[in-house]
Design a protein around this ligand. Structure first.
Ligand code: ATR
Length: 273
């Protein structure tokens, strides 16, 4: 039976094994998918041991996505844009091929599950770390009117805007520069929710009926989604759908068949009640 895993530290709370088990059941595939705790100082060794034990592929989660990129023999264009790898495929002669499915996971959740059309929209991204870098290129490909990146440390936002500059306007700023601006979609890519906090946003920064998306998820909505509810959002969602959709794209890379994600997302939500 083909063997896959998710590698991280910590990794015990990862929902990927459950998601891939549901995909396997849905598509009639026979596979095994576990969790692998890699030592913080030996990610490469953990990957190599899994690979030489016959592993076919692995998802990579925090804090190893940058190291995963460095370990690969071949890397997809989208992983290069993201500067990180979340999907490893172990192919012939011990070679490792890397991809990044996080961005397509977010865009699929926004477009297919939430029914948004991002064409011509004004998008605000909060944060300028790896999470935001990973989704910028796929978001730009949806042809929004503009993307603003606001960050506590504005220089990091500026560096991202420079790296992704092209046909679509990208603005970088600190939170105070958002006064007087408004956006159709606000995506939280900061880790502020971990501290039960959120970036300081002006009250009218979301257009009436706009949408808010938190790339992270937890048992209950964090401060950002509570803010969305209080500030006139017509819809808001946490990042569980993104997690399921990035997993579906990894599954497609490995197995050649793309699972339907809607029923799996519903099942996971029901299980976390
Ligand atoms: P990751 O790679 O997972 O995105 P990161 O590179 O540490 O992690 O980035 C975390 C992001 O959350 C950064 O944009 C960080 O802002 P700074 O670049 O100014 O550090 C942001 N962040 C973390 N805690 C925050 C808080 N309490 N308020 C606002 N932004 C916060």
């Amino acid at each position: 039976m083909d063997h896959y895993t998710v590698i991280g530290n910590p990794v015990e709370h990862s929902r990927s094994p459950r998601i891939h088990a549901l995909f396997a059941e849905q598509t009639g595939q026979s596979l095994r998918y576990d969790r692998l705790l890699a030592p913080l100082d030996d990610f490469a060794g953990a990957v190599r041991r899994f690979q030489s034990g016959g592993g076919k592929g692995a998802n990579v989660t925090l804090p190893f996505k940058l190291q995963a990129l460095a370990l690969c023999d071949d890397v997809s264009e989208r992983a290069q844009f993201a500067g990180a790898v979340n999907t490893l495929s172990f192919v012939n002669e011990g070679r490792i091929v890397g991809d990044n499915t996080d961005g397509i996971g977010l865009v699929t959740d926004l477009v297919a599950n939430l029914g948004l059309n991002l064409l011509g929209q004004r998008i605000l991204l909060l944060g300028a770390g790896g999470a935001v870098r990973g989704v910028l290129q796929p978001l730009l490909e949806t042809a929004p009117a503009s993307i603003w990146i606001a960050n506590r440390t504005p220089a990091k936002a500026s560096a991202l805007a420079d790296d992704f500059s092209g046909d679509i306007e990208i603005m970088a700023c600190g939170y105070d520069a958002l006064d007087g601006e408004n956006f159709d979609l606000i995506i939280n890519g900061t880790s502020s929710g971990l501290a039960n906090a959120m970036p300081p946003l002006p009250d009218d920064v979301l257009v009436p009926g706009g949408v808010c998306y938190d790339m992270f998820y937890g048992k209950s909505p964090g401060p950002f989604l509570s803010w969305a509810e209080r500030h006139g959002a017509s819809a808001w969602a946490d990042g569980l759908g993104m997690l399921v959709d990035q997993a579906a794209e990894s599954f497609r890379i490995w197995r050649g068949v793309k699972p339907e994600t809607g029923p799996v997302l519903q099942q996971l939500r029901a299980e976390s009640q």
